[in-house]
Design a protein around this ligand. Sequence first.
Ligand code: FAD
Length: 432
Amino acid sequence: MAEPIGQKQKDLRSDVVIVGGGFAGLLTALKLHATKPDRHIIVVDAADKLAGHQTWFFHESELSNSESLSWLSPLIDKEWTECSYQFPRLASTRQGRCFAIRSEDLRRVAKERLGDDIYVNSPVTRLSESHVELENGRIIAARCVLDASGAQSPDNNPESPEQENATGTLAGYQKSITLEVELESAHGLTAPVMIDATCPQLDGLRYYQLLPWSEKRLQVSEIYYSDTPEINRERICRSIRSFINRKGWVIKKETREEARAIPLPLTSTYLTASVGGEALPIGRYGGYFHATLGSSVAETVRIAEFLATLEDLTTQSARDGLLRMRRPWLRRQRFYRLINRWLFYAAEPTLRYAVLQKIFEQREDVIQRFVSGQTTFIDRFRLLKVRPAVPLERVLRSLSEKTLVSWTEARAQKPAESVVPPETTSSLDRAS
Ligand SMILES: Cc1cc2nc3c(=O)[nH]c(=O)nc-3n(C[C@H](O)[C@H](O)[C@H](O)COP(=O)(O)OP(=O)(O)OC[C@H]3O[C@@H](n4cnc5c(N)ncnc54)[C@H](O)[C@@H]3O)c2cc1C
């Protein structure tokens, strides 16, 4: 992989420059390269390693294009044919292919295809629709500039990228620790357990997710829908180990650990405006993720495929096209933010699981559309009708984004203790 762009290198020129070699940046670069191999694409990343230490899980049904799997297949590490969900009053198995992509494979394939056009340790400090400026003063000019810098965009507060104030977003947090382990003997699982929320509830909604990589290799995540982004690493790792013990499995070796805390928005304030003259935001920075589930694979794939169809790819042509694509997607995200307000504002933290349980009690096609961010108008009625154990008064208050937005604005202007939250006993109260 290329070194940081140093002073000795001349300013660069390219067809496309992508800021951020995370999931969205690399996937988009690979798709653009696959469609037109002679297109010159440069990817620049601030970190010393691309794509971190992550696993991206997705269902085949999330992909809107049946051809997508053919170009994604070199990235896929594991495939399963079903997965299961367990809640206190619900246990279900969903049929259908699902897959996992891992950082290692994404990095390997990106290096094979893009070679020396990937630059690590190269933080971008300024970007426009035609240029990118690196910390060391070097400039890269390109016809198309895509900003895939994730939640840690230079436009956000670099001091605390995951904090509520960094994005100006009123948010809850999906946070987790993942341990990958090798066991002494076979675990017996043949399919992923996507949600096991049968454990005691604490710090909001709490559940385990299990991905069986092989007979004895297993990935276990402990996931929270919490009011705060703080992760008590030691406590959660201990808790995962005792969960594994309770299952009767013995850990031989821990092979990997990953942590995440991503904001899940309650209002639309998190959406980055795409403005002429600026680079085009994509990936998480562009707000292209499922507001309730935090997932972004399906939307990232769709956008990469769309950009690859543009004959004359410039920042402006990409922006014009994406703005049209974005409208129906934005409409659907409004509903998922409402679900978030139920989860983080209306529901008592220990009863948050009941909101998701109600969703996963629905008919298979409704669940499928919910997971893939394609919930229809009729689905919304179904889901709203089965309102879980949440006080009606709070549900009604949470219907409006405005109350929460004005509260956030008031809080930003005044010292925290002098701002009265909209619902004094809500979970947001505790978050502040
Ligand atoms: C641990 C974890 C697991 C996840 N699992 C799933 C999953 O299973 N399924 C799913 O659909 N979603 C999942 N998500 C959610 C979502 O898919 C990821 O957040 C996804 O990685 C977002 O992709 P991105 O490229 O937009 O941002 P990122 O992957 O965060 O990439 C941003 C990149 O930009 C770089 N960067 C930032 N600032 C600069 C700068 N100034 N200059 C240069 N480079 C910069 C960063 O170093 C980083 O490499 C997961 C998220 C996390 C954190």
